[in-house]
Design a protein around this ligand. Structure first.
Ligand SMILES: *Cc1c(COP(=O)(O)O)cnc(C)c1O
Length: 370
């Protein structure tokens, strides 16, 4: 089976886990702090806050800016449901924004502009497939409308510029992402006081942590905010520290394999769409293609599976899920629906071979010509 996305794990991760067990300290401690420093350095940031998921990270970003009931947040529907759930947790209202088009399936700035109201307080952009949204354009849009700009950077760790234009950015280390800690995430913020608030909210708004008290640096603590338990642990941080050392190389491999896919696909199949330009800045998290109109996508995916090729859909639009239809009926996003109905995601991970990419391209042609 050629799988969609495979984590790369080995001896180094095992040794790192043994070392944590030997240290007898499992909860958030020195390795988490080291992981935060290393992640910040890689992204040219002062510091970072590790959390137990990107979903938690997004929630903290919104909470740190005080978003809540009565506020509106612009958000794409073409994303993983977590992006929108994070808004719901705060009591704010998600306002679904359409994508630009099939070639650039990012949240559309024109549609966002049209959906701004006096209650709009923030916008969340998502770097679909690792392809960065136009961050300079979004920064000036946010400044013009006095909005907080949050980046859902789940697909884009390790890319230049990510997390530097948004007021805050959240990353994911879930198992199928560009690097993993099994479950986990990281947050960057432009303003140090915001990041400090996020750090505090991660652990119940407490003024000292368990490690400090264990070491006798403090005996008690105050609670200064209504926070959460979104801590990362030492085991996950230890894996993350190893994975982080490979991230840039893995991202380069992903980009190289994407270029190879583009060459094979345009040779084999002139009638399918490949979103984004060849040289669009990207962490190459996904390999999305848009099937020709009128093709039975389920049949294509089924036949590819029969040939040993796993595919997926990114994404079923959030506004079409039962819960969101109930909450926000009458949401119309025709370009999102169109893209989402015709998209399939082909296998892409650093261990994929060029032979496998040729096989996937040829198999896709075969299933389409049937
Ligand atoms: C994976 C993902 C998330 C959620 O990440 P978790 O770490 O699993 O919480 C959020 N947004 C997008 C776009 C994702 O792909």
């Amino acid at each position: 089976m050629i799988s969609l996305a495979d984590p790369i794990l080995g001896e180094e991760e095992k040794q790192a886990l043994y070392a944590v067990i030997d240290s007898n300290w499992l909860t958030m401690g020195e390795r988490v702090a080291e992981f935060e420093r290393a992640f910040a350095v890689l992204h040219n940031a002062e510091s970072a806050v590790a959390v137990n998921s990107c979903t938690a990270g997004l929630h903290l970003c919104l909470a740190a800016f005080g978003l809540g009931s009565g506020d509106e947040v612009l958000v794409p529907s073409l994303t993983f449901v977590a992006t929108v759930n994070a808004i719901m947790y705060t009591g704010a209202k998600p306002v679904f924004v359409d994508i630009k088009d099939n070639d650039l399936p990012h949240i559309s700035i024109e549609d966002a502009e049209a959906k701004c109201t006096p209650r709009t307080k923030a916008a969340i952009v998502m770097h679909y497939g690792g392809y960065l949204v136009d961050l300079a354009a979004w920064r000036s849009f946010a400044d013009d409308h006095r909005l907080i700009l949050i980046e859902d950077a789940a697909h884009a760790p390790g890319t230049a510029d990510v997390g530097r234009w948004g007021d805050a950015a959240a990353f994911s280390f879930f198992s199928n992402k560009n690097m993993t800690t099994a479950e986990g995430g990281m947050v960057l913020a432009r303003d140090e006081t915001v990041l400090k608030r996020i750090r505090s909210l991660r652990a119940h708004g407490m003024t000292t942590d368990t490690l400090n008290r264990h070491r006798g640096h403090a005996h008690t603590y105050d609670v200064i905010d209504l926070g959460f338990n979104y801590r990362l642990d030492e085991l996950r941080a230890a894996i993350g520290l190893v994975q982080l050392t490979h991230l840039q190389r893995w991202n380069s491999l992903r980009r190289m394999l994407t270029a190879y896919y583009r060459a094979c696909l345009s040779e084999e199949l002139s009638d399918i769409g490949i979103p984004f330009d060849q040289d669009h800045p990207t962490a190459a998290h996904l390999m999305p293609v848009v099937l020709p109109k009128g093709i039975d996508r389920s049949r294509v995916m089924e036949q590819l599976r029969g040939l040993g090729i796993q595919t997926s859909i990114h994404y079923p639009p959030v506004h079409q899920f039962s819960y969101y239809r109930r909450r926000f009926p009458n949401t119309v996003l025709s370009r999102t629906d169109e893209f989402s109905a015709r998209e399939i995601t082909l296998p892409l991970h650093p261990m994929l071979t060029k032979d496998q990419i040729q096989f996937v391209s040829k198999s896709l042609r075969k299933t389409l010509s049937k």
